[in-house]
Design a protein around this ligand. Structure first.
Ligand code: DQA
Length: 145
């Protein structure tokens, strides 16, 4: 079983960007959490981070036929990208959505997510732990199918 973990724009700047919201740990530390969660789940995985909407769309399309499950934090594209939603609909790969912060209690423009239309579940506000939970829940979800 192979997972694709996608992180959108500015998540490569974790640790520097708004640490009062996203924490002091950097993207490398997040990759460490993802690595240990995938080991715990017993799944192979690939990570991808991009600041470009089209690159994320390309990566989702490339996953077709190769990837069993997706965990995505689309970052700012969460709130704007019909293209990422359509790519996820196109490949029909079970997807969990993650946000480090609790988007439901932040600015009004962050409270709508296009990806939520296809996500099996959205996990928000748990910091990096949200990725671990998403990976373990995705594994269970796929096993139950
Ligand atoms: C985020 C929340 C988004 O609103 C924001 O644009 C991000 C990160 C989060 O992980 O909390 O870049 O997805």
């Amino acid at each position: 079983m192979k997972f694709l973990i996608i992180n959108g724009p500015n998540l490569n700047m974790l640790g520097i960007r708004e640490p009062h919201i996203y924490g002091a740990q950097n993207y490398e530390a997040l990759l460490g959490v993802i690595d240990s969660a995938c080991h715990e789940a017993g799944v192979e995985y690939e990570t991808f981070q991009s600041n470009h909407e089209g690159a994320i769309v390309d990566k989702i399309q490339e996953a077709y036929g190769k990837i069993d499950g997706i965990v995505i934090n689309p970052a700012a594209y969460t709130h704007t990208s019909v293209a990422i939603l359509d790519a996820l609909k196109t490949v029909s790969i079970p997807t969990f959505e993650v946000h480090i912060s609790d988007i439901s209690t932040r600015e009004a423009f962050r409270q709508h997510s296009f990806v939520s239309y296809v996500a099996v579940e959205t996990i928000a506000g748990l910091g990096f732990e949200g990725y671990r939970q998403a990976i373990l829940k995705l594994k269970k979800h796929l096993e139950s199918k």
